[in-house]
Every structure is written in structure tokens, then in C-alpha cells.
Design a protein around this ligand. Structure first.
Ligand code: NAP
Length: 306
């Protein structure tokens, strides 16, 4: 990693690597800062069927690596480092990382989002000991066991299907009596005989010693309290943007997203937001890569105009 770049991209998911690809092809010196592995949230998806052109059943991890290679082929660099602070008003802008500071003419924010937590007592302390936020990553630990998936959207549906193939039994616990998940999930869910639905359930706590042994909930219709005996819970209640670093730097929209329109411009000159971190109606790989291309093109124009 050098100490100065034209563009620093924070986050190596689909938005970040597409921004890097377009910035590099525009002749800019570009650095992608990624904390874990390329691909971001997509890397935890075993099967990506709604990103055109890569074939049905492409796996998200491989797709992430391929996006990284594509950008690096044109000269983008990656540093696997954690960004610990940002000074987005400085000129050049300063990105402080676990490997030291980097100066950049423009910054593209592409930090994505992370699973939301329920906030139950013991939830945080039992992560990895019965609490998980990623069925694809952790499902194998529950092979032949009984688990609960909490939530009713696409992630909950996809997680329940992944787990139904591995586990003896899967409870799908939802706070209402209908799923929010897309219709395409309904037939496979119906066909999975080891998924049992727990409707109108307000989850109130975890039963746990060293590891989780049950999930406690109140039936919202009868008011009765119950405990489901389970070996693990998979929390799948949506995502929150990774914008903690931006506090004090940028005013955030409700929900913590970076306020930016289709042109990806934020309120700060030279700072652009791409992908799930931005206010937008649809957060998918295809919309993230579109944002990345726009952000890099806008960043290049902004740097040229100075
Ligand atoms: P989501 O669509 O926002 O669904 C969140 C679910 O969690 C909802 O059913 C919600 O209940 C429930 N929930 C939220 N807060 C809760 C709480 N405090 N206690 C109990 N339940 C709570 O989130 P998602 O399923 O993670 O999906 C996020 C985005 O990724 C969506 O845009 C989704 O379409 C996309 N995605 C797409 C795919 C795909 O197959 N293409 C796969 C995964 C995700 P209510 O229904 O009552 O609000």
C-alpha cells in the first residue's frame, strides 16, 4: 500500500470492486480497502441466481474473487486492512487504517451493510456458541441438529432452506403470520418437510448456558410464553448499513444510510456512496455494481474539475 492514491474505495464488495474497475480503467490510481475477503455480503451467498450473465448457481465467494481480479487486472490495488477513522473534509482526504494512514483525492464509500441484531440478553456473548447471522457460513456446525431461524424476509427464507438440507429440524419463527419473502421461495419452503413455522411469535430471550439450548417467545395472539428447544438460532431480521465510521463526518439518513442519489454524490465534495450503504430502493448485487460504475465516473470527473 502506498501512502497516496487518486481514489480510495472503502469496502471490497460488488460496489467497491466495480468502482475500482471503472476508476482504474479511467487511468486513476485506486486503492480498495477491505477488512475480510472480497465480495462483502455476496461472499456469504452460496447461490447467486439473480445477477445476469454469470450462469445459474454461481457462488458469491467466487464471484467476489473474480470482481477483485477484474479490477486488479486494470491496476487497482487491494489492502486487506481495517479502516479505523476518516477525515473526509481534509484535502486530500485521510483514511486511517490498521496498516497506517492513506491520503486520497476522492473517497468512494462502499462499506455495505451487516446483519441486524435482535438485542436479546446473551445474543452478543453467544455468537459462535449457538447464535449465528449466516446460515451459509455456520450451517455445517448444526448438521443433524435442531435450529430456529428468526425473521420472515428473503434472508430468513434462504437461510431456512439452506439449514433444512443440513439439520434435522428447522423452526421458522416470525413475528407475523405471513412471510415477506419473495414468492420464488414459497414452493421450496413448502416442499421442505422438516421446516415448521412458528407464527406471531415475539422472541423474548435465549435459553443458554455455555451454548444456546432454546429460544423463548410470546405468542402474540394467545399471550402465552413458550420455549422452543434448539441447538442454535440464526437471526435473519434484515441489515443495517456499516456507517459508524461516518458519525461526525456526514449527516446520515434515517436508518443510518448515507444520503446520496443516483449520481452517488454525498453532501461532501469528493465523497461518493455506492451500494448498500446508500439510500436507495433496491439493495442487490446488480444495483451495487451499477452504483460502483457511477461513483467512479463521478469521482473521475470531480478530480478532473479541480
Ligand atoms: P427484510 O426483507 O428487511 O426482512 C426482515 C424480516 O425480519 C422481516 O420479515 C421482518 O418482519 C423481520 N424483523 C425485522 N425486525 C425484527 C425484529 N426486531 N424482530 C423480529 N422480526 C423482525 O430483510 P432480509 O430478508 O435480510 O433482506 C434484506 C434485503 O436483501 C432485501 O432487500 C432482500 O430482498 C434482499 N435479499 C435478497 C435475496 C434474494 O434471494 N434475492 C436473499 C436475501 C436477501 P416483518 O415482515 O414483520 O417486517
Amino acid at each position: 500500500m502506498k501512502n497516496q492514491y487518486d481514489v480510495a474505495v472503502i469496502g471490497g464488495g460488488p460496489a467497491g470492486y466495480t468502482a475500482a474497475l471503472y476508476a482504474a480503467r479511467a487511468g486513476l490510481d485506486v486503492l480498495v480497502l477491505e477488512m475480510l475477503s472480497p465480495g462483502g455480503q455476496m461472499a456469504t451467498t452460496p447461490q447467486v441466481d439473480n445477477y445476469p450473465g454469470v450462469g445459474l448457481g454461481a457462488d458469491g465467494y467466487t464471484l467476489g474473487e473474480s470482481m477483485q481480479q477484474n479490477a486488479e487486472h486494470f491496476g487497482a490495488e487491494t489492502a486487506f486492512a481495517e479502516v479505523t477513522a476518516l477525515d473526509l473534509r481534509a484535502d486530500p482526504k485521510i483514511v486511517t487504517t490498521s496498516d497506517g494512514p492513506v491520503a486520497a483525492g476522492a473517497v468512494i464509500l462502499a462499506m455495505g451493510a451487516s446483519p441486524r441484531k435482535l438485542g436479546l440478553p446473551g445474543e452478543e456473548s453467544h455468537i459462535g456458541r449457538g447464535v449465528s447471522y449466516c446460515a451459509t457460513c455456520d450451517g455445517m456446525f448444526y448438521k443433524g441438529k435442531t435450529v430456529a431461524v428468526l425473521g420472515g424476509g428473503n434472508t430468513a427464507a434462504a437461510d431456512a432452506l439452506v439449514l433444512a438440507k443440513l439439520c434435522e429440524k428447522v423452526y421458522l419463527v416470525h413475528r407475523r403470520d405471513t412471510l415477506r419473502a419473495d414468492a420464488s421461495y414459497l414452493a421450496p419452503l413448502k416442499a421442505a418437510e422438516n421446516i415448521e413455522y412458528v407464527w406471531n411469535a415475539q422472541v423474548t430471550g435465549l435459553e443458554a448456558g455455555d451454548s444456546v439450548t432454546g429460544v423463548q417467545y410470546t405468542d402474540k395472539v394467545s399471550g402465552a410464553a413458550h420455549t422452543l428447544p434448539v441447538d442454535g438460532v440464526f437471526v435473519a431480521i434484515g441489515r443495517a448499513p456499516n456507517t459508524a465510521l461516518l458519525e461526525g463526518q456526514l449527516e446520515l439518513a434515517p436508518g443510518g444510510y448515507v444520503a446520496a442519489g443516483e449520481d452517488t454524490h454525498t453532501a461532501l465534495p469528493g465523497v461518493f456512496a455506492a451500494g448498500d450503504v446508500r439510500t436507495k430502493p433496491l439493495r442487490q448485487i446488480v444495483t451495487a455494481v451499477a452504483d460502483g460504475a457511477v461513483a467512479a465516473t463521478e469521482a473521475a470527473a470531480w478530480l478532473r474539475s479541480r
